[in-house]
Design a protein around this ligand. Structure first.
Ligand SMILES: *Cc1c(COP(=O)(O)O)cnc(C)c1O
Length: 367
């Protein structure tokens, strides 16, 4: 079986450092928001190129806490996309605000800035663009529109740790950058975790309070907050893995190049990318008019190819067509029918890549 993602392979590759880091935390006897978290927050903020990092419980919570720190709540609107993990949209609703949806660019799968201005109203408080599949999107058009209207940009970087465009890593230019450390992400914990980054000291302080009961100091709640903490074990593991993130991302790009070369003449739309750090290939996503049959043929050959995402958020039962913008998402709906994520992780072997390519070519000869 060739898995689509394989977090265990990364554990095995760095077993000794990870085991040592875990043992140190167990022995120290301090398990939540301690020195490992503080060190990891500083290391990760420095890596992204920003002043402040705030560790939280998950990627969903990073978005939720960032929106709360901005004071987004009932009656406010937040613009985002429907072609994303449901968490991007659910975080907005957790604040009681209204998600407003914009269609994607079919080449890049990210928010189409040409459709953004039409969705801005006097209630719009923030825009959440998603750096989907590991591709750092072009932020300038979105930042320009946000600046004109005086609204915040929260970068959803859950799939794009380390991706870099115009000299900036994802998360460095928005009001906030929000990251997930779910095990299969490019920087993955051995459980849940997330991080908010920002250059604004006041917003950083607010986010820091909100993630722990609104405390300014122990037992003194200055604002309404809850519990969204990162724990020491995850932070210790993430510090080890941050050290190999750039090498892992380079390995993912190397595998993407092999797929590109092997599939160039196939009837598939391949990822649009240039050979630089702007893509970190969280997923290697192709497009096919025969997606379902291709996925089945690969499955029968023992290859785990998954769909990200089969049902766009605005068509999920919980959201069924009630979100503003839902009636104008043709590219989102077409992508959901055609995209397929091929196996992709840093340790994926050349032989396995060759097998995937051969099976796709066999399918095309005999569909
Ligand atoms: C994974 C993911 C999230 C949510 O992160 P969790 O840690 O699972 O809560 C949010 N947005 C995107 C784009 C994601 O891929």
């Amino acid at each position: 079986m060739i898995l689509c993602a394989n977090p265990r392979a990364q554990y095995v590759a760095h077993r000794r450092e990870i085991d040592t880091a875990i043992a140190a935390v167990l022995e120290r006897g301090f398990y939540v928001l301690g020195e490992e978290v503080r060190a990891f927050e500083a290391d990760f903020a420095a890596y992204v190129g920003v002043q402040h990092g705030i560790g939280v419980g998950s990627g969903t919570e990073a978005l939720h806490v960032a929106l709360a720190a901005l004071g987004v709540g009932a009656g406010d609107e937040v613009i985002t996309v429907s072609h994303t993990a449901v968490a991007t949209v659910s975080a907005i609703e957790m604040r009681g605000a209204t998600p407003v949806l914009v269609d994607i660019d079919p080449r890049t799968y990210s928010m189409d800035p040409a459709r953004l201005s039409a969705r801005i109203t006097s209630r719009t408080r923030a825009i959440i663009p998603v750096h989907l599949y590991g591709r750092a999107l072009e932020l300038d058009p979105i930042l320009d529109i946000a600046k004109q209207h005086g609204i915040a940009v929260i970068e959803d970087c859950a799939q794009a740790h380390g991706a870099k465009r115009s000299g900036h890593r994802t998360g460095a230019r928005g009001t906030f950058g929000c990251f997930s450390f779910y095990p299969t992400k490019n920087l993955g914990a051995l459980g849940d975790g997330g991080m908010i980054v920002t250059n604004d000291p006041q917003l950083a302080a607010r986010a820091r309070q909100i993630r722990e009961y609104g405390w300014v100091e122990r037992y003194v709640s200055k604002t309404i907050g809850w519990n969204s903490r990162l724990d020491e074990l995850q932070a210790a593991v993430l510090r080890v893995k941050l050290g190999v993130l750039d090498a892992d991302n380079a390995a993912r790009r190397d595998r993407a190049k092999r797929y590109d070369a092997g599939l160039r003449d196939c009837r598939l739309q391949l990822p649009v990318w240039t050979d630089d750090e702007s893509h970190v290939f969280h997923l290697y996503v192709v497009r096919s008019a025969q997606r379902d049959r291709l996925q089945l043929a690969l499955k029968e050959a023992g290859i785990g190819a998954l769909v990200h995402y089969p049902v766009p958020v605005h068509l999920q039962p919980a959201y069924a067509s009630r979100l503003p913008g839902s009636d104008a998402l043709p590219e989102t709906e077409r992508a959901a029918r055609e995209v397929l994520s091929l196996p992709m992780y840093p340790e994926l072997s050349t032989d396995d890549i060759a097998t995937v390519i051969a099976e796709i070519r066999a399918f095309e000869r005999n569909p």
